[in-house]
Ligand binder design. Sequence first.
Ligand code: UDP
Length: 248
Amino acid sequence: MNPEKPLRTEVLGIPVDCVTMQGAVDFAERLIEEGSKGNYILAVNPEKVMVLLKDEALRAAFAGAALLIPDGIGVVWAMRRLKGLASVRVPGSELMPKLCELAALKGYGVFLYGSKEEVNEGAANILASRYPGLRIVGRANGYLTAEEMPGLVRQINDSGAEILFVALGSPKQEEWILRWLPKLNVKVCQGIGGTLDTIVGTVKRAPPIFCRLGLEWFYRLVTDPRRAKRQAVLPVFAWKVLREKMLR
Ligand code: UDP
């Protein structure tokens, strides 16, 4: 198996890959099998596009990713409208368990870094029982100090993990990956935001009907008003996409 690197395109100048869920899993497997280090997967959604437009350092972190999944429906819509690509949504919170499934099948070691201690531990237990054979070779909560980072790097390398999941939220996880991944021996690293919270159920994902209708963002907005500020950029994103389409 040698899946091609997915086609990289851009939305408002921000890179994103045209890939399906299976394509993302196959590509991650290829990266692991090739054995190279420093590969990371990040999720692109409209909120992140709006942040990236103003943050050059973070933009560089995204540009260096091995895989940029179209995590938000707004990005998929923009890829379709601006590029005519038959793009589909690949939520980071769904790719993560798929990679755990792959790891269980292939025997890859997995390390979970991030989220509160009880969330991290709870997610590790749930994943281990959901995917028999899954080797969670190490884990650490996301509230370690800067002084503890060299120890964490040692812990991850000593664990022999092939896959590292980093759940620090954005942009903290991308900054962490940029700073520390070069020192790690893992083959693939995915920034997973609040995925461990959704696994243990402290944060609920939208019911399937919202996901099917492309309205997961709306569900999160209504059920988590803290997010309202972040999502206030969504109409601006939509306007920018429509303006770019009109200007062409
Ligand atoms: N988090 C962490 N360390 C920090 C800040 C945040 O481990 O210093 C964790 C937090 O506990 C939560 C996740 O990062 O599990 C952030 O989730 P959120 O849904 O905000 O991430 P998003 O995917 O929206 O960026």
